[in-house]
Design a protein. Structure first.
Length: 97
């Protein structure tokens, strides 16, 4: 359902990533690494944002833009595609910087 998250690894097995369902037919995905010092961010459904517990950093749910806290860069976006069979594939990621 909307607001559900799913953890995966991308692009490598030690790169935590997370997918968020934002509507019946759309999802967004981000690297789970906070752009401040690399802690793992998680989704807060009640606040509709990504939260980093290390230094209280917050990012916008669907764009990953910084809302508050020490991070200066938005979360790293991962491009995903919903295929006709309903499978969701990670197909790339935006470059850093
Ligand atoms: Fe996320 Fe510092 S590592 S706010």
């Amino acid at each position: 359902g909307v607001g559900e998250t799913h953890l995966f690894r991308y692009p490598a097995d030690d790169d935590p990533a997370v997918l968020l369902r934002v509507s019946a037919d759309s999802v967004v995905a981000f690297s789970q690494k906070c752009t401040h010092l690399g802690c793992v961010v998680y989704f807060e459904p009640t606040e509709d944002r990504w939260h980093c517990p290390c230094h209280d950093g917050n990012f916008e749910a669907t764009t990953g833009a910084v809302l508050s806290g020490p991070p200066t860069r938005r979360l790293g976006r991962i491009d995903v595609e919903i295929r006709s069979d309903g499978m969701i594939w990670a197909v790339g990621r935006e470059r850093e910087g």
